[in-house]
Ligand binder design. Sequence first.
Ligand code: 0JX
Ligand code: SF4
Length: 322
Amino acid sequence: MRIILAQPRGFCAGVVRAIEIVDRALERHGAPVYVRHEIVHNRHVVDNLRSKGARFVEELDEVPHGAVAIFSAHGVARTVEADAEARGLDVLDATCPLVTKVHVQGRQYVAQGRTLILIGHAGHPEVEGTIGQIPGTVVLVQSEAEVATLALPVDAPVAYVTQTTLSVDDTRDIIDALHRRFTDIVGPDTRDICYATQNRQAAVRELSKQVDVLLVVGATNSSNSNRLCEIGAETGVPSYLVADGSELKADWFANAQTVGITAGASAPEEMVKHVIDALRALGPVEATTMSGREEKVEFKLPAKLTKPLAAATASAGALRED
Ligand code: 0JX
Ligand code: SF4
């Protein structure tokens, strides 16, 4: 069996930063540190950090007064920030800078007097965070069909922003529909969909042309990983989202000579290796990596974690990093 690995695949800069924030917080403050929501949507990442002393909670009322609390890469609403302050928590914000950029952009549009439309998936933590970062009403649009149902006049001043991990193609269709519906509309086009999401989608589209079966390593609650699997399926290739090698079924590969493997932005490379090992257990394999874009994006850690410890302690009264 031939295996072709997607390039790029796996961890993005926002995920590397978020995991590093938890690791460094454990080093500086000792266990436990509390993380609100899965730091990124991956059980293996979460279990690994838990084994080092991180405690994962869904709500801040589970965090003791004064403890270190880390917000996940997906971002939080302003009410969560205020709640953390009221509880005297020492907050480290692992929200991806590209998610924060969308928050800032949304607030700017609202300050211009526009009604904000958020293109995204209801209930996803990034969507809840973005809605909660914008003062006033945010109208959520999840599909092209929903655009026609919006209860806004055609000449209403509107603007849109998007979730960072959407399908580029679906989002393009929704944006086109919004432009047909409204006469006074501004927005970032598909540029809010982050570089990592765009690059992994472009790579998997290319990879799908070369393989009989596609495996996407990632979690079922990972938006960006699901989108990769959908692209494989849309191109007519049987595509499976798997957390690791233990989930493979031999009959998926009965007629397959070439298997493509990609990984979502929150999926560790160790899990890709685990999947390759599981395929090797079915028979001899030869693995290569497709040619593709090299990513060099890196995000700075919060100042609170890079300052020498004495300085960090002196400024511990500041709730958020700059
Ligand atoms: O479900 P998402 O794709 O938004 O998040 P995940 O899988 O944790 O990926 C990394 C964090 C992405 C934030 O934009
Ligand atoms: Fe940031 Fe994009 Fe990674 Fe999300 S997927 S954490 S927006 S770089």
